[in-house]
Design a protein around this ligand. Structure first.
Ligand code: FES
Length: 109
C-alpha cells in the first residue's frame, strides 16, 4: 500500500530489501542500520519477525501498533501469508499530488 501492489518474497528478507527488489521506494539515510528512522512502515498481518531490540529502542513501542522499521522487519512466513505493508507517501510526491489536486479542483469552478 498505497499502490495496492502484491509482492512475493522469500523468508528472511527484510521489508526494505523486498521493497527495493520490486522498485517500491522507501527512503533511508542510514542504509538499514536502524539509525535514521526514515524507513517506518505500517504492517498488518502475520508472518513477520518480532521487533528487534534496535526497533523497540528507536521507536519506543511494542509490536501491537504495527509500526516497524522496514530495514529491521523480516519476512518469517515460509508459505503464503497475507501481510499488508503501508509505505508512507514520499513528502515531495505528496506535495505534488496535493498541488495537482488543487489545480484540478480549481478547474472545476
Ligand atoms: S533504513 Fe534507517 S532506520 Fe531503517
Amino acid at each position: 500500500m498505497p499502490d495496492n501492489r502484491t509482492i512475493e518474497a522469500k523468508s528472511g528478507v527484510t521489508l526494505l530489501d523486498m521493497a527495493r527488489s520490486t522498485r517500491v521506494s522507501i527512503r533511508t539515510r542510514c542504509e538499514g542500520k536502524a539509525g535514521c528512522l526514515m524507513c517506518k512502515v505500517q504492517v498488518a498481518g502475520e508472518g513477520i519477525s518480532p521487533p528487534t531490540a534496535a526497533e523497540r529502542q528507536k521507536l519506543g513501542i511494542d509490536s501491537s501498533t504495527g509500526l516497524r522499521l522496514a530495514c529491521q522487519a523480516k519476512i518469517t512466513a515460509s508459505g503464503v501469508c497475507d501481510l499488508v505493508v503501508t509505505v508512507p507517501e514520499d513528502p515531495l510526491k505528496a506535495a505534488v499530488r496535493r498541488q495537482l489536486q488543487q489545480q484540478e479542483d480549481d478547474e472545476l469552478w
